[in-house]
Design a protein around this ligand. Structure first.
Ligand SMILES: C=CC1=C(C)c2cc3[nH]c(cc4nc(cc5[nH]c(cc1n2)c(C)c5CCC(=O)O)C(CCC(=O)O)=C4C)c(C)c3C=C
Ligand SMILES: [Fe+2]
Ligand SMILES: [Fe+2]
Length: 382
């Protein structure tokens, strides 16, 4: 018989697959970050990130010489110096906060009687989405909720996470049940968590004349091609302003982190802050509602670079309001979002007896529920 070449690329199921009782899991997915604040580590990370056609939507034959001939030769050293300025003893803030969120979410759900496996994965760099999905399967996960740590959907972030999950599924023999969370930009618990973050800052530091809400930018072209990111960011800002009872002139939406020469969403954060300072604004408060964890883009670009630009342009006080990070209202929001998407899925961990039964059944050569001989059954039947 001719070899079925298509089948050859599926991974064999490891022995443990049959020896685990069914479990529900959540995979929190964030963008990713270099392994170290060094030029070689940043180059590896940027090479993977900027090769993703979801992130840079220009033809490969145009982009490849620019990426490999210019960007990956010049940017890593500059970016590494910026990373070094925000690095913590535990590592990159993005990864440290994301992992903390997973631990706290597991605890929040556990307190409500939901024994759910929770892990963190990174779209670029480590720990990779594929390796974390493998690890969840090894722990017995048969149902996995993919929860991107991006409240606003964008093709370049959320859909790229989905691509990585689908690529893993496409080479996996026994694919778990999967659910994907698309967005939660207008979820009341997320808006409430943002509002509490701002109110806590105002309570301890007083209140500025204007609240600037700075979101990560994307190329303007993606808006015209139907990407909902811009509208979702604006809606988050409107709901937050309503919750804080802000009048239109008391807040402003801006977009940061412009990359490359194309037009990006406007208005841009730093030029807006400079214009505000030049126009006589003395104190500004800045929040980055689209970032659920502090990272390079908030700690360096906003709290260092944009701060310096505002003060140099004549502003007197620049107040950076930290991201949601490990704030209890944010963990509660993540919990509520997860619970809504887990609905109908059992969330009790298997007890010792169920686990022992599943293991014994597997050892005896059986799949958890079926009559077949389990691992290697196809060969035996043939
Ligand atoms: C074409 C380039 C980029 C698009 C599109 C883009 C979209 C986008 N990014 C985030 C969130 C983050 N981006 C971060 C870093 C970062 N982003 C880009 C480029 C694009 N982002 C680059 C090149 C970098 C690396 C840093 C640098 O060299 O300047 C981060 C921080 C990562 C960290 O390690 O701390 C986040 C988070 C969103 C939400 C988004 C679209 C909505
Ligand atoms: Fe980015
Ligand atoms: Fe819009």
């Amino acid at each position: 018989m001719p070899q079925n070449t298509r089948m050859a690329r599926f991974q064999p199921e490891p022995a443990y697959t049959h020896g685990q009782a069914a479990r529900t899991a959540i995979l929190l997915c964030n963008l990713g970050t270099p392994d170290a604040p060094t030029a070689p580590a940043v180059r590896r990370y940027l090479a993977q990130f900027l090769s993703d056609p979801r992130v840079v939507e220009i033809p490969r034959w145009v982009w490849w010489p620019i990426l490999h001939g210019i960007i990956l030769r010049t940017r890593p050293a500059k970016s590494a110096a910026k990373y070094a300025s925000i690095w913590t003893p535990e590592g990159s803030p993005l990864r440290v906060w994301s992992e903390k969120q997973a631990t706290l979410l597991r605890g929040w759900l556990g307190e409500r009687g939901r024994q759910v496996l929770v892990r963190t994965a990174m779209r670029y760099g480590n720990p990779a989405i594929a390796s974390q999905l493998d690890a969840l399967k090894a722990e017995g996960a048969t149902r996995i909720l993919i929860l991107p740590l991006y409240p606003q959907y964008a093709g370049s972030t959320t859909a790229s996470v989905f691509d990585a999950v689908h690529a893993w599924a496409a080479r996996t023999r026994w694919v778990p049940e999967l659910r994907l969370v698309q967005h939660y930009h207008d979820h009341p618990a997320y808006i409430e968590a943002l509002a509490r973050q701002v109110e806590a800052h105002w309570k301890s530091q007083g209140r500025g004349e204007k609240l600037v809400l700075s979101f990560h930018g994307v190329p303007e072209r993606t808006l015209h091609l139907g990407d909902p990111y811009h509208c979702e960011a604006r809606k988050t800002a409107r709901l937050l302003a309503e919750r804080l009872a802000l009048r239109a002139e008391q807040y402003q939406v801006t977009f940061q982190s412009r990359f490359g020469r194309a037009r990006w969403l406007e208005p841009a954060t730093e030029p807006t802050l400079i214009a505000l300072a030049q126009g006589g604004l003395r104190r500004v408060d800045v929040l980055c509602p689209g970032f659920t964890s502090d990272c390079l883009e908030t700690l360096e670009e906003i709290n260092q670079e944009a701060r310096a630009a505002f003060l140099q342009a004549g502003g007197q006080e620049f107040h950076y309001i930290p991201c949601l990070n490990d704030s209890p209202p944010w963990i509660a929001a993540l919990g509520q979002i997860a619970e809504q998407h887990l609905s109908g899925w059992p969330t009790q961990a298997p007890n010792a007896e169920q686990q022992a039964q599943a293991r014994a059944h597997a050892l005896a050569g059986g799949a958890p529920e079926g009559p077949c001989a389990g691992r290697g059954a196809e060969q035996k039947i043939a």
